[in-house]
Design a protein around this ligand. Structure first.
Ligand SMILES: Cc1cc2nc3c(=O)[nH]c(=O)nc-3n(C[C@H](O)[C@H](O)[C@H](O)COP(=O)(O)O)c2cc1C
Length: 334
């Protein structure tokens, strides 16, 4: 009997080890609480979410408005990891304390944002080529943050060896995870992800590693999964926004989805309704919904035409008619 129990325990462990852990990437302006709340009600397969970055500020400037995207009452029900961007250890620690008071046990440090104004302020990816500075910051942050700390990085600003020079520093601290997006900051989101450079980083990083970049379909997920057998965590951004069924597809191994248009339509309606609780006026609402459509249109048979019409809409009622009309005729091509 004992032998059978331990055999089943080992089998269960092996099965669990094979199940990928899928995390929604932070996408500022898009994967807001309104989007996240609706997403988990309509789609399965996602295991956790990372919220878009919040800039670190001095203790006296921390207020509920700054933290409202991650207030627990606004959460979707999935584990959420707040993300901070900044280069001041005291501010970071104070923000981590505020997040800990809200119930969070983990916070992510954004060391990957590629945008020039952010880089110029030596935040985000601007810190990657400065291992000594990151070292000094992590020393205080890791000693004083009540939350576990993970980092999200790129390969460097222009030079892929920059991350390799930073890794010994990252390895010295008790980070909970390192999320690697294998592009340089100068690439932004252009060109291909560099799986060779990811392999080198993966080999050197002693912390749990999460892969992020260009997972847009089952085939590419399987490529990464097969290349890095011990990798268990994957972060999905634009691919999941374009195909919200992707986590279900990855977990089931079956690319077919039942009633995709009806489900997309119900999700869209809920995102719209969520935003209507806080956004006043047709034009700001239309701005938000245009961002929404920028991704799934790639998988709709009439997506390009839909997006053209949506971009021209001036009234929310016209927009809603356009969406209804196009979705009635659309087929899902993913
Ligand atoms: C509109 C937009 C906003 C983003 N905002 C953030 C952010 O707040 N924090 C962050 O770490 N990355 C941010 N990213 C980067 C994504 O999290 C992710 O690393 C990137 O899109 C690559 O992954 P993907 O190929 O799966 O989309 C953003 C990307 C986009 C396109």
């Amino acid at each position: 009997m004992d032998e059978r129990v331990s055999f089943l325990a080992i089998l269960w462990h092996l099965l669990e080890m094979n199940v990928p852990f899928l995390i929604l990437a932070p996408m500022r302006g898009i994967t807001t609480r309104f989007y996240r709340q609706a997403f988990v009600r309509h789609f399965d397969g996602l295991d956790a979410e990372m919220a878009p970055f919040i800039p670190t500020v001095a203790a006296e400037k921390i207020n509920p408005k700054l933290l409202r995207d991650v207030l627990p009452e606004n959460n979707s029900g999935l584990p959420l990891i707040p993300q901070l961007i900044g280069n001041d250890a005291a501010d970071f620690v104070n923000m981590a304390k505020a997040l800990h008071d809200l119930g969070y046990n983990e916070v992510n440090w954004n060391l990957g944002c590629p945008h020039k104004p952010i880089r110029k302020k030596q935040r985000g990816s601007g810190l990657i080529p400065q291992p000594d500075r990151v070292d000094a910051l992590l020393e205080t942050i890791c000693a004083e943050s009540p939350c576990k700390v993970s980092v999200k990085v790129r390969l460097g600003i222009s030079n892929k060896s920059e991350l390799m020079n930073l890794i010994p520093v990252l390895n010295r601290y008790p980070l909970s995870e390192v999320i690697v997006h294998p592009r340089t900051a100068e690439q932004m989101l252009d060109g291909k992800v560099d799986l060779g450079a990811f392999a080198l980083a993966f080999q050197e990083i002693t912390h749990p590693v999460c892969y992020n970049g260009d997972i847009t379909d089952l085939a590419f997920f399987q490529t990464v999964n097969t290349c890095f057998l011990s990798l268990r965590k994957f972060m999905l951004g634009r691919g999941l926004l374009s195909n919200p069924f992707l986590c279900e597809v990855i977990k089931s191994g079956n690319p077919q989805t039942k009633k995709p248009i009806e489900r997309l339509c119900a999700f869209h309606d809920e995102v719209l309704a969520n935003y209507q609780t806080v956004i006043d006026g047709d034009l700001p609402m239309l701005g938000k919904m245009k961002e929404f459509w920028a991704y799934p249109i790639t998988n709709l048979s009439n997506g390009k035409k839909l997006f053209k019409k949506v971009k021209k809409a001036q009234r929310l009622s016209t927009y809603q008619e356009i969406v209804k009309e196009f979705l009635a005729e659309a087929t899902w091509t993913a």
